[in-house]
Design a protein around this ligand. Structure first.
Ligand SMILES: Cc1cc2nc3c(=O)[nH]c(=O)nc-3n(C[C@H](O)[C@H](O)[C@H](O)COP(=O)(O)O)c2cc1C
Length: 320
């Protein structure tokens, strides 16, 4: 029997979503330590890999602990994506995912990202070419459709399956919704009903209870968590252990410190500090009077700045 998702034994069915600008190697290291079984890379433009664009290439950075890793590719030209898939595999990808969900105007005007939700045939062609080029599994990540009046998720998912895709992730919003409103989990259920390959449910999971509800309502084979993991990477441990609990203050401080160290060593101190700004904002959401510290957080320039601010944050947490 083919293993689920075409991957060698995976520990659980709780996966981390691709989040451009966030799901870099430091993020993936942290969420894997919290038990996340399969991580997606950030969106990587296929053409950028072929053109050997340094910034694009850097997004392929991985390490021996960073597996299974799904590299997500953007584009719409089957040959270009297939060549990018070969490069990705040679750099450590365990599976390839085709982005059919990015709503950005610069993407959809070229027929990339959510633009592919208007062209099920093209999605099949892309999957077919990538399957010919690499031996690793090929997935697609789709939305409900492009326009709310024209749901296309089932057609696109079937086209991907017929071309040999090993799994489909469904985010139940239309392109025109961007990230507004709610993810319609009925769309996930419809795709699951129509397909024989595994379906990964995505959109608006903020807790174990949400994940459980999604599995019950849609019968999806795995859940994928995105935004809720930013600043709360323990959500993976919660879902896996079927609990909804917050970490202790000591654990919370330790994970922030670890994330900061990983950023400094991966990007170097200068870029690491810039990356840390939004990450620290996420970790500190909900802390009393944190707004007073936001201006300092968003101007962190050196590790010393970070340590000074962290001391102030810890002082606030300990008073309350
Ligand atoms: C900041 C941000 C970046 C994202 N980047 C990507 C991306 O690169 N590729 C992709 O397929 N989806 C991307 N998404 C969509 C997420 O993967 C996910 O489908 C969506 O956020 C819904 O799941 P969630 O409610 O768990 O966040 C992004 C979303 C956000 C908020």
């Amino acid at each position: 029997m083919t293993p689920p998702f075409g991957l060698p034994a995976i520990a659980n069915n709780v996966f981390s979503a691709p989040l451009a600008g966030y799901t870099d190697l430091p993020y993936r290291t942290i969420v894997r330590e919290y038990g996340c079984a399969v991580c997606w890379s950030e969106l990587i433009m296929a053409r950028g890999l072929l053109e050997r664009n340094t910034k694009t290439f850097d997004l392929l950075s991985t390490d021996p602990a960073d597996h299974p890793l799904v590299v997500q590719l953007g584009g719409s030209e089957p040959d270009i994506i297939a060549q990018a898939a070969v490069i990705s595999k040679d750099h450590g990808a365990d599976a390839i995912d085709i982005n059919c969900g990015c709503p950005a105007p610069k993407m959809v005007k070229r027929g990339y990202g959510a633009g592919l939700m208007k062209d099920a045939t093209r999605v099949g062609e892309i999957v077919g070419k990538v399957k010919q080029a690499v031996s690793i599994p090929v997935y697609v990540k789709i939305r409900a459709g492009f326009y709310p009046s024209v749901p296309t998720a089932v057609d696109v998912a079937l086209s991907a399956q017929n071309a040999g895709a090993e799994a489909v992730t469904v985010h139940g919003r239309f392109r025109e919704d961007y990230f507004r409103g709610v993810s319609d989990w009925q769309v996930i259920a419809q795709v699951k009903n129509a397909l024989s390959i595994p379906v990964i449910g995505n959109g608006d999971i903020h807790s174990f209870s949400d994940a459980q509800r999604m599995i019950e309502t849609t019968a999806c084979d795995a859940v994928m968590v995105g935004r809720a993991s930013l600043g709360k990477p323990w959500i993976f441990r919660n879902i896996i252990n079927r609990i909804d609990t917050e970490p202790s203050v000591d654990e919370w401080i330790a994970v922030i410190e670890r994330h900061a160290r990983l950023l400094f060593s991966f990007y170097g101190e200068k870029t690491g500090c810039v990356k840390l700004r939004s990450i620290l904002c996420n970790y500190t959401k909900g802390i009393p009077h944190i707004r007073e510290l936001r201006p300092s957080i968003i101007h962190i320039t050196t590790p010393d700045d970070y340590r000074r601010i962290m001391d102030q944050i810890i002082a606030r947490v300990n008073i309350n």
